[in-house]
Design a protein around this ligand. Structure first.
Ligand code: NAP
Length: 286
């Protein structure tokens, strides 16, 4: 392997320690940041995710409230709960775990969360703020990817960046953040005829597809920074990313592993967003 590893576990530990310090300072001023996590239904993966989010909060001294509901909860009742959390001054961040049961319109639910508490950064207000360069919450996964670039001293300014994937939660906001940082950004997706043609010119590649081996060694410019957002299972059932790690790490300059790369950073950035929501609430109250 020639590439250096971007260690998401180590970086996220550092970020959590900084969050814990800022939480302690807020608590000293009588304010404990609070995150509400709402889970509807029994999706096993969602249950694990919310458990982690709650534990993460508590490990940094924040308060977290987990609200669990049966899959039969009506959309109207869920919207009423979100409105109640919007009005609760002890709650600074609200996260409704996706996916929601099919009878609930996830878009409607996200749009009901107050933009001031939208710590997932999925509200159209947050997306719009990102688009026009106004302050708002950045979606946690792309935000974490930007922190990873910063941690290795990679300034995107003037670089060619390729984002593979155009979802609202990863690909598009990732591209906006890179653009804001003055990279020349190309967004590729399932209708891109020749992905390699783009990735071979890239100094930074972010793969956010959800398919194994989307990026192989022959598609990467020597020395490039490769960030692997994907979460897949290999034939043995082991967690793996979108990138052929064994091959690409022979060509890239820097690479993120899966697991231990973007995943822990996503969790850390939720804490950062929740803390920032509480700090803004504290500033607004002065
Ligand atoms: P998504 O909504 O399914 O989007 C996938 C994107 O990949 C789409 O834009 C799709 O293009 C594109 N795509 C599909 N096949 C392609 C191909 N062969 N070549 C180029 N582009 C292709 O997924 P997502 O929510 O963005 O998540 C992407 C991956 O990241 C998943 O594995 C997910 O589990 C993972 N993830 C990880 C974290 C973390 O914290 N580590 C967080 C979020 C997501 P079209 O738009 O044309 O269909």
């Amino acid at each position: 392997m020639t590439a250096q590893l971007i260690d998401g576990n180590a970086l996220s530990r550092k970020i959590r320690a900084e969050v814990a310090e800022r939480v302690a300072s807020l608590k000293g001023r009588g304010l404990q940041p609070g995150l509400a996590v709402v889970l509807v239904g029994e999706n096993p993966a969602s249950q694990v995710y919310v458990k982690h989010k709650v534990a993460d909060c508590e490990s940094t001294g924040m308060r977290s409230v987990l609200e669990k509901y049966d899959a039969t909860l009506s959309e109207a009742d869920l919207l009423a709960r979100v409105r109640a959390l919007n009005a609760d001054p002890s709650i600074h961040g609200i996260l409704v775990q996706l996916p929601l049961p099919p009878h609930i319109d996830a878009h409607k639910v996200i749009e009901t969360i107050s933009p001031a508490k939208d710590v997932d950064g999925f509200h159209v207000h947050s997306a719009g703020a990102l688009m026009v360069g106004q302050p708002g919450f950045k979606p946690c996964t792309p935000y974490g990817c930007m922190k990873m670039l910063e941690s290795i001293g990679c300034n995107p300014r003037g670089k060619n960046a390729v984002v593979i994937g155009r979802s609202n939660i990863v690909g598009k906001p990732m591209a906006m953040l890179l653009l804001q940082a003055s990279a020349t950004v190309t967004i590729c997706h399932s209708a891109t005829p020749d992905l390699a043609e783009h990735t071979r010119r890239a100094d930074i590649v972010v793969a956010a597809v959800g398919k194994r081996n989307v990026l192989t060694a022959d598609m990467v410019k020597p020395g490039a920074v490769v960030i692997d957002v994907g979460m897949n299972r290999d034939d043995a059932g082991k967690l793996c990313g979108d990138v052929d790690f064994a091959g690409v790490s022979q060509v890239a300059g820097w690479i993120t592993p899966v697991p231990g790369g973007v995943g822990p950073m996503t969790r850390a950035m939720l804490l950062v967003n929740t803390l920032e929501a509480a700090e803004r609430a504290a500033a607004a109250a002065v």
